[in-house]
Ligand binder design. Structure first.
Ligand code: PLP
Length: 401
């Protein structure tokens, strides 16, 4: 493990200590597989938190990246480029939204939505200036900026980082009654994840998103869904809200929108929301750049060409059934949708991390979320045989302990 130790030593010496990675140094990725610097192969069941829905280095996406890199990579939005329009057209046509505003990271897409909602509240709803309120859900994860951690309920995400941005009210996730009670005349938006990924793969009660849709419409409040993790096929639908036909006013995408090769995110909305932004109101140097747009377009085309959404639905059911069939006293609950699945370990048996370490030894990469839950989210290109291969090993780890 000499090479592994050497690479890790550099990171520990020269980087901030803001992560606690498993002790593996990945050298190469292809499809669902990665190889470490020692030559050992692993099945990637984290997919960079769902940024690799299309698998590692998908040839079509890498091809688009290389072709565009030979032409022009960055223009800034001071000028037009030839790829941004086509990318956003496909994104809007596939999703059914009028317009999309391209950014880079997920957190930036969320920030864009918060700004849009506040300004919409002022100019469209007539909420007094600086009085707009946004309702969020407990246990949320929307990114790491100061404003976004201002409404996190995770103490560690906030500790030491105040003073915080005001204007947020949080309610229990999955509770439509609490949501309605929190709405005031100054409420401009509700922001939620359809399934809380970082929160521990928490699935709300059936009907929750439909109720949110109804409440938002009735009270003239924007419904904003963060599908940065759940979107683009992950849950077995193109978007998780489609399980309840609860189309939001604002949809946030990121992660897999960049096909696992380049950061691409976007805020999608109707004309009536997007038109609150005029020239100079908002922007990003790299947002909508030619390279990212070429990659984003290819990432969407791969989802469609390879029928990955349906694949995630079918294989998700198979994987879920296989996990539920594991007879182990350690398992508290198996939950999720499509290929976003959490296995929660009974707390008296300790945290999930040692199980992830053991799975790594057996050639499966995954990561705990919220201490007690192992999250399984492989690339959507995974096959049934590969899932069965993983199930054997997962069952072994959960029954041998
Ligand atoms: C990952 C994630 C984000 C933040 O995306 P970054 O690209 O890390 O800024 C926001 N919301 C959800 C639901 C996420 O999973």
């Amino acid at each position: 493990m000499a090479r592994t130790d050497e690479f890790i030593r550099d990171v520990e010496r020269y980087s901030a200590n803001n992560y606690h990675p498993l002790p593996i140094v990945i050298e190469k990725g292809e499809g669902v597989w990665v190889t470490d610097v020692e030559g050992k192969k692993y099945l990637d069941m984290l997919s960079a938190y769902s940024a690799l829905n299309q698998g590692h280095r998908h040839p079509k996406i890498i091809g688009a990246l290389m072709d565009q890199a030979q032409k022009v990579t960055l223009t800034s939005r001071a000028f037009h480029n030839e790829t941004m329009g086509g990318f956003l057209k496909t994104l809007c046509q596939m999703s059914g939204f009028d317009k999309a505003l391209p950014m880079n990271t997920g957190a930036e897409a969320v920030e864009t939505a918060l700004k849009a909602a506040r300004k919409w509240g002022l100019v469209k709803k007539g909420v007094p200036e600086n009085q707009g309120e946004i309702i969020v859900c407990e246990n949320n994860f929307h990114g790491r900026t100061v404003t976004i951690v201002s409404f996190s309920t995770e103490e560690q995400y906030r500790y030491g980082f105040g003073p915080f941005t005001p204007g947020f009210v949080s309610v229990p996730f999955g509770d439509a009654e609490a949501l309605e009670k929190a709405i005031t005349e100054n409420t401009v938006a509700i922001l939620a994840e359809p399934i809380q990924g970082e929160g521990g793969v928490l699935v709300p009660p059936a009907g929750y998103l439909a109720q949110m849709r109804e409440l938002a419409t009735r009270h003239n409040v924007l419904m904003m869904l963060d599908e940065i993790q759940t979107g683009l096929g992950r849950t077995g639908k193109l978007f998780a809200y489609q399980y309840e036909d609860a189309k939001p006013d604002v949809l946030l995408l990121g992660k897999a929108l960049g096909g696992g090769v380049y950061p691409v995110s976007a805020m999608l909305a109707s004309d009536g929301v997007m038109d609150v932004f005029g020239p100079g109101d908002h922007g990003s140097t790299f947002g909508g750049n030619p390279l990212g747009s070429a990659v984003g377009l290819a990432a969407l085309e791969v989802l469609e060409d390879e029928n990955l959404v349906q694949q995630a639905y079918t294989l998700g059911q198979h994987f879920m059934a296989g996990l539920k069939a594991i007879d182990s006293p350690l398992i508290k609950e198996v939950r999720g949708k499509g290929l976003l699945i959490g296995v929660e370990i009974k707390h008296e048996y300790g945290k999930a991390r040692p199980f992830c370490e053991r799975l790594m030894e057996l050639g499966i990469l995954c990561k705990e979320t919220h201490e007690y839950t192992i999250r399984f989210a492989p690339p959507l290109t995974i096959t049934k045989e590969q899932i069965d291969w993983a199930l054997e090993r997962i069952a072994k780890v959960l029954t041998e302990a």
